[in-house]
Design a binder for this molecule. Structure first.
Ligand code: PEP
Length: 252
């Protein structure tokens, strides 16, 4: 039985005081028995401050990106060791915005996934097709290549700590959600690909998130699909009430 993971990607939003306000609201709202893992991924500048508010909270901390090297002359970059030091449990790797605006290739994504695992941080590997690729029915080929290349040289043991997020690019920040059937078909395809690359057991334990305009009103339908184990939420994670509504709907 896979425990659902609901992750909020705050992207380049929220200064430190906004972040503390949001995490305090979430701590107040998310109490008691929650049958899901909850994760927030603030911008780098707010990670440490947010972590201080999560000491007695069930909410986990994640970063939105990192460099693959441990340290050195990489001006402007943040290393996995630095993230581990401030208590990050997860890191988003290969988000489509990083691939699109910062030219992240599958090879770079692979280096980052491996570095996260080496440092005890769970990578959330993002995969997904463009609108053009979907229109040409290339979504499976695209995602399969992203998985094969992004997971290169990752062994069975480490694979147990990888999370995959299926995020069709045409559904991110657009208000256009994949239908639950489309999302589940791709989640199933991802699980099947992992079965071929690894084993049935690893594929059955793999957490597969859906991301792309998830909100309270569509979370129940999406999260009740057999192969979808949670959500990576962008815009709707910036409002405590909406994020909590997604969590509640996901658990039903
Ligand atoms: C995301 O950035 O990962 C995302 C899914 O964004 P949104 O929920 O805003 O579409």
């Amino acid at each position: 039985m896979r425990t659902k993971l609901i992750a909020g990607n705050w992207k380049m939003n929220n200064n430190v005081s906004d972040s503390l306000k949001l995490v305090n609201e979430l701590n107040d709202l998310i109490k008691g028995e929650i049958n899901a893992e909850i994760l927030v991924c603030p911008p780098f500048t707010a990670l440490y401050a947010v972590k201080q508010k999560l000491e007695n909270s069930i909410i986990k901390l994640g970063a939105q990106n990192m460099h693959f090297e441990s340290n050195g002359a990489f001006t402007g970059e943040i290393s996995p060791i630095m993230l581990k030091d401030i208590g990050a449990d997860f890191v988003i790797i290969g988000h489509s915005e990083r691939r699109q605006y910062f030219n992240e290739t599958d090879d770079l994504v692979n280096l980052k996934v491996k570095a996260a695992l080496t440092n005890g941080i769970k990578p959330i590997l993002c995969v997904g097709e463009t609108l053009e690729q979907r229109e040409r029915n290339m979504q499976e080929e695209t995602v399969k290549n992203q998985l094969i290349n992004g997971l290169k040289d990752i062994d069975d043991k480490n694979m147990n700590n990888v999370v995959v997020a299926y995020e069709p690019i045409w559904a991110i920040g657009t208000g256009r959600t994949a239908t639950s059937i489309q999302a589940n078909e791709m989640a199933y395809f991802i699980r099947d690909t992992i079965k071929d690359l690894y084993s049935l057991n690893i594929s059955q334990n793999l957490l597969i998130l859906y991301g792309g305009s998830v909100k309270g009103s569509n979370a129940k339908e999406l999260m009740s699909q057999s192969d979808i184990d949670g959500a990576l939420v962008g815009g709707a994670s910036l409002k405590a009430g909406e994020f909590v509504s997604i969590i509640q709907n996901a658990m039903q």
